[in-house]
Design a protein around this ligand. Structure first.
Ligand code: TEU
Length: 577
């Protein structure tokens, strides 16, 4: 199977916030179909569709009650088939979101597992355990292990009827499937084949490195989030996960040898060494993974909702290591944004005075690395975090769980809200800003989540024909990846690694040398020319710049305006062996 995805760009659609065709305030499949010109114009190769399956929406669709049904809020299977055909007609592939670490508690499998009692036919499809020894069901501390949910609170909930607890690493309405049970695994593989037979082009696999738990299930380190006192995992990249993924490859993907498929594992907490194992093509597991190291660097001592400023040198050390060590064996996915992360221009850029410049600078920094870039809906416009007045404005189960738990523990609600304002997942889930109209062109009704007020000027209509827009810059970045092999296949060398505000690197392939330089600050910066081009090596011609007339290198230094970014390509001067 060719590695076509090495020169591809993936666009993530979060359907409920992308485009609403029927005025109910929620995005839907016909709405997506109405906006395909935007995707073709951008030049993306693949769409990753966040869940559209039948779901009670406890976690906005990441709680699935029917893996082969489309939730009526998004449309029908006919709508899906029409969208798939329309994408394929435009040469765009479609990747589905595979959420199989857990189901909804309303999935028939779980209903049977719970209501069938301890001896029922599906009991072993999930993780059921009696109360902790010496505790009555429902008593404080009776949970079988001390594990915390990712969404706050215990990771176990009691089923009164049987007096047993079931495991849910996320919301109580998201019970974990028991992958030790071969029946579970083969039911998942059959469902995956059903979608591939329908014509989809692969899967993004939700928290796929959590599916193997260490047995017997036992207490972890206090607040260790799935790790033992010695740091060894209880469920993060557990003992059988590689075995399961290789079995999945045999039972699913190997049956489609002539299809160009894409598989990307979402692997929170994965280490670089584990990522090498997941993405080494000889192991036939997944093509690439989403790792979380670079989006955890600004988490403070209180965790995600206690952000601290990012030190660029930490980012360079992290991304540089993944580029060199993973990139040489496996493959990186490249992302800032997705439906779980705040908007990059607000988080790492300057969404006030330098919104456009910092959005295009961050895009340049990321996209010209070695790996497959993922553009999250609205990122190509420079969409920003959205204002939050009170917890009543907040939809996300993760943010609400955090707020309620911490407020109950006596923490200052305003401080908690500040953390949600900065890092909450709703920031990525406000409706896509298509136009300056009241519903931002997203809906004619009342949007399920408030439209960002800045849509009156920050929208696709205003940028489509503007050669200096964020949108135009993303088009140029994607075209560069398609047109210049050094972007997809070149090696990677970090440059000026100790500079606190300039991110620079080189890509080299067959004599071509691409140098990328980005000022990641709101102040002018300079970097020594010698740090960018070895003596006697020309920097080459500008192939991309986010500001007009990029400053030419002067005798000994390159001077950069705030958030200035450019890429220069010298052909035939590579010093690579
Ligand atoms: O996210 C997994 C995950 O690790 C998230 O909890 C993420 O780390 C966190 O939100 C960042 O603050 C996946 C999906 O992307 C997410 O939307 C789901 O809520 C979660 O799994 C459960 O399916």
């Amino acid at each position: 199977m060719s590695s076509w995805w090495k020169s591809a760009v993936v666009y993530q659609i979060y359907p409920r916030s992308f485009a609403d065709s029927n005025g109910d305030g929620v995005g839907d499949l016909p709405g997506i179909e109405s906006r395909l010109d935007h995707l073709s114009d951008l030049g993306v190769d693949v769409v990753w569709l966040s869940p559209i399956y039948t779901s009670p929406q406890a976690d906005n669709g990441y709680d699935i009650a029917d893996y082969q049904g489309i939730d009526p809020m998004f449309g029908t299977l006919d709508d899906f088939d029409r969208l798939l055909a329309a994408l394929h007609d435009r040469g765009i592939k479609l990747v589905m979101d595979l959420v199989v670490n857990h189901t909804s508690d309303e999935h028939p499998w779980f209903v049977s597992s719970r209501d069938g009692g301890p001896d029922g036919p599906h009991r072993d499809w999930y993780w059921w355990r009696p109360p902790r020894e010496g505790f009555a069901p429902g008593a404080p501390g009776a949970e079988p292990t001390n594990w915390e949910s990712f969404f706050s609170g215990p990771a176990w909930s009691l089923d009164e009827a049987s007096g047993e607890y079931y495991l849910h690493l996320f919301d109580r309405k998201q019970p974990d499937l028991n992958w030790e049970n071969a029946q579970v695994r083969h039911a998942v593989y059959a469902m995956m084949r059903w979608w591939l037979d329908r014509g989809v082009d692969g899967f993004r696999m939700d928290v796929i490195n959590l599916i193997s738990k260490v047995l017997p299930l036992r207490d972890g380190a206090p607040n260790g989030h799935g790790a033992l006192g010695d740091g060894s995992p209880l469920y993060t990249t557990g003992p059988r996960v590689h075995e399961y993924l290789q079995e999945m490859h045999r039972e699913v993907f190997d049956r489609y040898p002539d299809r160009e498929l894409l598989t990307v594992g979402e692997t929170p907490g994965v280490t670089l060494e584990e990522a090498i194992a997941f993405t080494d093509p000889n192991r036939r597991e997944v093509d690439m993974v989403f790792q979380f190291e670079h989006v955890g660097l600004d988490h403070g001592p209180g965790g995600k909702f206690d952000p601290v400023p990012l030190d660029l040198r930490d980012l360079k050390a992290s991304l540089g290591r993944w580029q060199v060590e993973l990139g040489s064996v496996g493959w990186n996915s490249l992302y800032w944004d997705n439906h779980d992360q705040p908007r990059a221009v607000s988080r790492f850029g300057d969404d006030g005075a330098h919104g456009r410049a910092s959005a295009t600078a961050l895009a340049t920094l990321l996209h010209l690395h070695r790996g497959t870039p993922y553009v999250y809906q609205g990122e190509e416009l420079g969409m920003t975090n959205a204002p939050v007045t009170s917890i009543d404005d907040v939809d996300d189960v993760e943010s609400r769980g955090f707020y309620l738990q911490q407020a109950a523990a006596g923490h200052d609600p305003e401080v908690l809200l500040d953390g949600i304002r900065a890092m909450g997942r709703d920031n990525a889930r406000t409706p896509v800003q298509w136009s300056a109209e009241p519903g931002a062109g997203f809906t004619t009704g009342t949007p399920w989540l408030a439209v960002n007020p800045n849509h009156t000027w920050l929208n696709a209509d205003a940028q489509r024909d503007d050669p200096a827009s964020v949108l135009a810059h993303y088009r140029a970045l994607i075209a560069l990846r398609h047109d210049e092999p050094v972007v997809a296949d070149g090696d990677f060398t970090m440059l000026a690694g100790d500079h606190p505000h300039v991110y620079a690197y080189a890509r080299e392939l067959d004599g071509d040398r691409l140098v990328v330089v980005v000022n990641v600050s709101s102040e002018p910066q300079e970097v020594a020319l010698a740090d960018l081009a070895p003596a006697g090596t020309a920097l080459g011609d500008v192939v991309l710049a986010n500001l007009t007339d990029p400053t030419p290198p002067e005798d000994d230094a390159v001077r950069l305006r705030p958030w200035e970014a450019w890429a220069r390509l010298a052909r035939g001067t590579s010093t690579a062996p």
